[in-house]
Ligand binder design. Structure first.
Ligand code: UD1
Length: 333
């Protein structure tokens, strides 16, 4: 089939393009940056979409402004690229009669993960209070009784609770895509990526994920700076696995609906473990746990990979140890 990948010159988009080419598909790309086989253009520009959308069966929408950003002055940029850009893309797909979309969504749509309270069962704590974070109380407590909680895995049907600009715009993209699917009879698949890492990950910027920040620090000979107490949990999933999940999602046919899948390794690790693994692979320096915090951060977010396994047949192939070994010396973007 012929697919269009937006953001095809980017980190994840580039790996998705390789996976589709390897699988024998014809790949068109659109990106702000020039790259081989990629048209240069902005998803917010409907004229830039016309050529690339011609004859396409499926769009993989990977173009986005990512990360936590710097401060509220970033808001218009997130809204414009992620929300308005997706709206322009969906309208153009309708005009061209393209009925299938795979959307790069994110686990950040869930906000704080799911937790178990010994007394109250499953609970979803609200944002952490500044006074708790200032005192080094990083673990969210039971919203009903204040007791300590155990993190539990989050499934796709959990209520969404975006906590920052990026998260809000990713959720808005899902809602726009669901509306598009209903109105056009198209199929939309939202892949909720967990913490993606791997070769060509963008270097250290305010928009980079923690794996790239640690890796860039080690390359400079500096210690990775681990925020909070380093025991916050994430699911680090390799970019080649994410590309495979996109291939699997290309087979979904659910006319008129948006279906969401967690794209995760299924084996969570702490941010401290991430720093330790990368530092050890590179022979130091040892990570430093700083106790700093960022207000937009959630404490733990651990996914259930079950639905993607059952319905897409997707199972991450790259384990944490092997993935970190490769990533410790892999080229960055
Ligand atoms: C990350 C991405 C988000 C993406 C999601 C799923 C960023 C900024 N966030 O969210 O865009 O949708 O994965 O793929 O790209 N930390 C440190 N030291 C640092 C930086 C961060 O310890 O120098 C900690 C943070 O406090 C946090 C954890 O590492 O606890 C993860 O941070 P990060 O990768 O930035 O954000 P996520 O919320 O996991």
């Amino acid at each position: 089939m012929r697919v269009l990948i937006t953001g095809a010159a980017g980190f994840i988009g580039g790996h998705v393009a390789e996976a589709f080419r390897r699988a024998g598909h014809e790949v068109a790309g659109l990106d702000l940056r020039a790259a081989a086989g990629v048209a240069v253009g902005d998803v917010r520009d409907e004229r830039a979409l016309d050529g690339p959308l011609r004859g396409v069966d499926l769009v993989l929408h990977q173009a986005a402004k990512v990360g936590l950003g710097v401060d509220v002055t970033d808001l218009p940029g997130y809204a414009s690229v992620n929300v308005y850009g997706t709206a322009v893309l969906l309208a153009a797909m309708a005009r061209h009669g393209v009925g299938r979309l795979v959307l790069a969504s994110s686990m950040v749509v869930y906000g704080e993960g799911s937790y178990a309270c010994a007394e109250h069962g499953r609970v979803r704590p609200g944002p952490r209070a500044v006074r708790d974070l200032e005192r080094g109380r990083f673990e969210p407590c039971c919203p009903r009784c204040g007791a300590a909680l155990d993190p539990a895995t989050i499934g796709e049907d959990a209520p969404t609770d975006p906590r920052n600009a990026y998260a809000t715009t990713k959720l808005a993209q899902e809602h726009l895509a669901a509306g598009w699917a209903r109105e056009t009879g198209g199929t939309a698949v939202a892949l909720r990526y967990h913490n993606v890492y791997g070769p060509r990950m963008p270097r250290d910027t305010p928009y980079s994920g923690v794996a790239a920040i640690f890796r860039s620090a080690l390359e400079r000979g500096s210690a990775p700076r681990v925020f909070e107490d380093g025991r916050q949990r994430r699911d680090f999933v390799h970019v080649r696995d994410v590309a495979e999940a996109n291939l699997a999602a290309a087979g979904v046919r659910e006319p008129g609906r948006l279906v969401a899948y967690n794209v995760a390794s299924g084996v969570p690790h702490t941010v401290g473990e991430l720093a330790a693994a990368l530092a050890s692979e590179r022979g130091g320096p040892e990570p430093v746990v700083t106790g700093e915090y960022r207000l937009g951060d959630v404490r733990h977010i651990v996914a259930s990979p079950d639905r993607a396994r059952e319905e897409l047949g997707f199972r991450a192939a790259v384990g944490f140890a092997a993935g970190m070994r490769e990533f410790s010396t892999a080229p960055l973007g």
